[in-house]
Design a protein around this ligand. Sequence first.
Ligand code: FES
Length: 165
Amino acid sequence: MTTREEQLCVLEEVAAIAAKWRDRPDMLIPVLHEVQTIAGNCIPKEVAMTVAREMRIPLAQIYSAATFYSFFSLEKRGKVLIRLCRTAPCHVKGTKETLSAFEQALGIKAGETTPDGLFTLEICECIGACDVSPAALVDDTVYGHLTPDKVRELVASLQETEGSR
Ligand code: FES
């Protein structure tokens, strides 16, 4: 969120989504997933408070879910979220080399965001793409059979796409 108007706009959207599931705590995870996307890959305090108010769920429960699942983040992340799987099937097929390639291509370490705010690189557990391991998620898109060369091509293509926006 950059300006106050944009922030209010996002909060209105968040409120509308959360209000659809008032008194439905079982829908908290899908709601958090949706609002996190709208809020820029994170769940800032104002967003968590809006969800709590509209769903009529204690704020502590929102934070509990948001901190338990690694898919959620309370911290600001880059515009594009790259999540590399490190679970065994991917690990044995080359997560380590793939991670090094991502780190070199982006100029950051896992857990960091590029200085321009475009990319965040994270390590995660299985993303359900074991058949194409080693695999990564770029936002909601799966990239599989990754090699250092493929990673360099992918990052170059993402940089070109994001740079032209
Ligand atoms: S183990 Fe990596 S996607 Fe399942």
